[in-house]
Write a protein that binds this ligand. Structure first.
Ligand code: ADE
Ligand code: ZN
Length: 335
């Protein structure tokens, strides 16, 4: 099954590029930029990667990204991720980044975006790997802060495919970001939001009804509300699930309790992704493999998950058709 997953064409739609910062790269960038780290070495850092909820992880994640200072740093980070994605047979990668978390440290927004975009262009040229960038707002900060960074980003908007909403979910509902989302839509951007990762089903409703999102990131807790499940099925709203993240952050105690299979059986439009792979112990194929083993997911459902990932991508119908043909071809070869 692992071999089948390794060669399965797929789209990665839920990856925070800063969450792909491996400890080794964190140490090498810290050295390059003369930034002290509070961990003695890579092993000591890895030993700190035990979280029991989202906030514990976020504290380390924001600290870790402090080593990213120059355009070259963002290029190297993104390049390493996209090379890895290509090796895992990702044909399309849509990556989040957290602009506010860099600008607040005095890093210029254009340097961040140029570094990431440069790597995207090179991965397209070298591997034919298609990618997009999602401008993500930090929900634990005031809405005015998000509005200000969006204003700053206006000259760069053609570099982004969508806006997103992430960071500490509890106590920070989506609703207040509605006007900003409307503005982003008016600029031709797609919209997504993290909802129902730790927050209640009501947050998923708010993301749908007030932010009018095209996709929900996570959405696990939607299952607590039957009417919401029906609505998500009716609309076929994509939910980008991240099993190893949910395990690492205590959303599920064991992968056999993960809702992925139940959600598939309910007819929800779910797909599998990696969230912050450097912190949660695995990239996209590790997420597919761990979920498939724990939940006994067979080939037809794995193909469905990959199909859902391409259909949920923010790309033209022609490109989506092209990826789906590659998936069909793979399915025929394997039959
Ligand atoms: N930022 C990076 N990873 C995140 C996650 N899993 N949830 C919310 N915000 C995040
Ligand atoms: Zn996420």
């Amino acid at each position: 099954m692992d071999q089948f997953i390794r060669d399965l064409p797929k789209a990665e739609l839920h990856i925070h590029i800063e969450g792909s910062l491996e400890p080794e790269m964190m140490f090498s960038l810290a050295e390059r930029n003369a930034i002290p780290l509070r961990f003695a070495d890579v092993d000591a850092l890895r030993r700190a990667y035990h979280f029991d909820h989202l906030q514990g992880f976020l504290d380390l994640y924001y600290q870790g990204m402090g080593v990213l200072r120059t355009e070259q740093d963002f290029y190297d980070l993104t390049r390493a991720y996209l090379d890895r994605a290509h090796r895992e047979r990702v044909l399309r990668a849509e990556m989040f980044f957290d602009p506010q978390a860099h600008v607040v440290r005095g890093v210029e927004l254009a340097r961040v975006v140029d570094g990431i975009s440069g790597a995207m262009v090179d991965a397209q040229r070298e591997w034919g790997l298609s990618s997009g960038l999602i401008f993500s707002f930090l929900r634990h900060l005031p809405v005015a802060d998000a509005e200000a960074i969006f204003e700053q980003a206006l000259p760069l908007l053609d570099r982004f495919i969508a806006v997103g909403l992430d960071s500490s979910e509890r106590g920070n509902p989506p609703g207040p970001f509605a006007a900003l989302y409307q503005r982003a839509r008016g600029q031709g951007l797609f919209t997504v939001a993290h909802a129902g990762e730790e927050g209640s089903a009501d947050y998923v409703w708010q993301a749908l009804e007030r932010l009018k999102v095209n996709r929900i990131d996570h959405g696990n807790r939607a299952l607590e509300d039957e009417a919401l499940v029906q609505e998500l099925v009716r609309r076929q709203t994509p939910l980008t699930l991240c099993p190893l993240s949910n395990l690492a952050l205590g959303g599920v105690g064991d992968l056999s309790a993960h809702p992925l299979k139940q959600m598939l059986d309910l007819g929800l439009n779910v797909s599998v992704h990696s969230d912050d792979p450097a912190y949660f112990g695995g990239y996209i194929n590790a997420n597919y493999s761990a979920a498939a083993a724990a939940l006994v997911i067979e080939r037809p459902q794995l193909l469905q998950l990959a199909r859902n990932s391409f259909n949920a991508a923010f790309a033209s119908p022609e490109r989506v058709e092209g990826w789906l043909s590659q998936l069909d071809e793979y399915s025929r070869q394997q039959a």
